[in-house]
Design a protein around this ligand. Structure first.
Ligand SMILES: [Zn+2]
Length: 178
């Protein structure tokens, strides 16, 4: 479980309680200022530059904007979509927080490798990276060395869950793309 201090702008996010329960499959909502080294995770329906934003000081913001379209396109459930976005953001937050000399630019990804960590990207580009969802071996080594093991393990569990899900398999077989 990964401790986060969770907040949400409820306006524009239907079924927020259900969404929060979905996130709690891998995230433990810690009280604010509990002393735990918990990232602040804020959920918003606002459009961001991408599916999430990472700020080493303030925490991470994850957007539900266009999530319905992405989930329909990819066959990935909303819970899993938001968990993947949250865990990618929290992985990057963890390494930036624990390694103050690193900057967000240092997390840039080789563009030729298909990987969820490739970015920064728009929500539309992110939808393509979810087809299929992969965290590449280079990123596994990189983020492991920088101390984000808990986040990586959770991310891999969510990815495995997606790949095993029937809705994902159905989306693959009915709309074979590329
Ligand atoms: Zn990668």
């Amino acid at each position: 479980m990964i401790d986060v201090s969770f907040s949400a702008s409820s306006a524009g996010i239907p079924h927020l309680d259900d969404i929060a329960r979905g996130l709690e499959r891998h995230l433990r909502f810690a009280p604010r200022h509990s002393g735990a080294d918990a990232a602040c995770l804020h959920l918003t329906s606002r459009r961001l530059p991408g599916p999430f934003v990472v700020n080493p000081q303030r925490g991470v913001v994850v957007s539900t904007w266009e999530s319905g379209g992405v989930c329909g396109y990819t066959g990935i459930g909303l819970d899993d979509y938001l968990l993947i976005a949250s865990l990618l953001a929290l992985t990057q937050w963890r390494v930036l927080r624990g390694n103050p000399l690193l900057r967000i630019e240092d997390l840039r990804h080789p563009p030729e490798v298909h990987c969820l960590f490739a970015g920064p990207h728009s929500v539309q580009d992110f939808a393509l990276l979810l087809d299929p969802p992969i965290a590449c071996g280079g990123c596994a080594d990189f983020y492991h060395c920088l101390g984000a093991d808990s986040e990586l393990i959770a991310l891999r569990q969510v990815i495995a869950n997606v790949l095993a899900s029937q809705t994902y398999a159905a989306a693959k077989s009915t709309t074979r793309r590329n």
